[in-house]
Design a protein around this ligand. Structure first.
Ligand code: MN
Length: 192
């Protein structure tokens, strides 16, 4: 698995409905690995006493972090909520902050929630058949507001790197919650 020669052409499989690849490496993110990221931390603990749901998983090709290459893969973000807050990915800045990323929605619906270090925020609704461009300088997180998995194909500069720490410490300015039966974007009262 993943013994690709990145100096030559190769083919990999990605199922366009499920996002699943038989070739790429699957990584799961469970609720226990996202402690403190959902607004209702008490409820998070309460859920974890009973179960540890998979919030999302992604398939990657373990591309070398080498300038000039393109990393790519899929993310499967499950449908669900912690309280009224929709399931989401951890979100990150790129270590080389001025590197963009493209996400293409294969199925489902939700939001790409973005913010830069200056505190500018932007939320883009994304659903099946749409590509969203995450510009350089923006942290990005996906949120599933639908009732089935949100499945995305992504690609970015292979040497971009991932900075999860900034988001883990500070949180996001905005959060996506269900309000009166539909998705609403509100200020995160926990933002530091
Ligand atoms: Mn990224």
């Amino acid at each position: 698995m993943n013994n690709f020669n990145w100096d030559s052409s190769f083919m990999v499989d990605f199922d366009t409905f499920s996002g699943i690849s038989k070739t790429a490496k699957a990584t799961q993110r469970k609720l226990s690995q996202m402690k403190g990221m959902f607004y209702d931390e008490k409820l998070t603990d309460k859920i974890l006493e009973k179960e540890d749901p998979v919030i999302y998983e992604f398939y990657e090709l373990c591309c070398p972090e080498r300038a000039g290459d393109l990393a790519f893969g899929t993310t499967i973000l499950y449908s669900g909520k912690v309280g009224n807050e929709y399931y989401m990915t951890k979100g990150h800045f790129h270590t080389i902050i001025d590197t963009a990323e493209v996400y293409y929605a294969l199925d489902g619906e939700g939001y790409m929630v973005m913010e830069n270090l200056e505190g500018d925020t932007v939320e883009v609704k994304v659903s099946k058949g749409q590509a969203v461009y995450v510009p350089r300088g923006y942290a990005h997180r996906t949120v599933n507001t639908g009732d089935k998995p949100l499945i995305l194909f992504f690609t970015f500069a292979a040497d971009a790197g991932h900075d999860y720490g900034t988001i883990e410490t500070k949180g996001y300015h905005k959060m996506v919650v269900e309000k009166n039966g539909k998705a609403a974007i509100i200020d995160n009262p926990h933002w530091k």
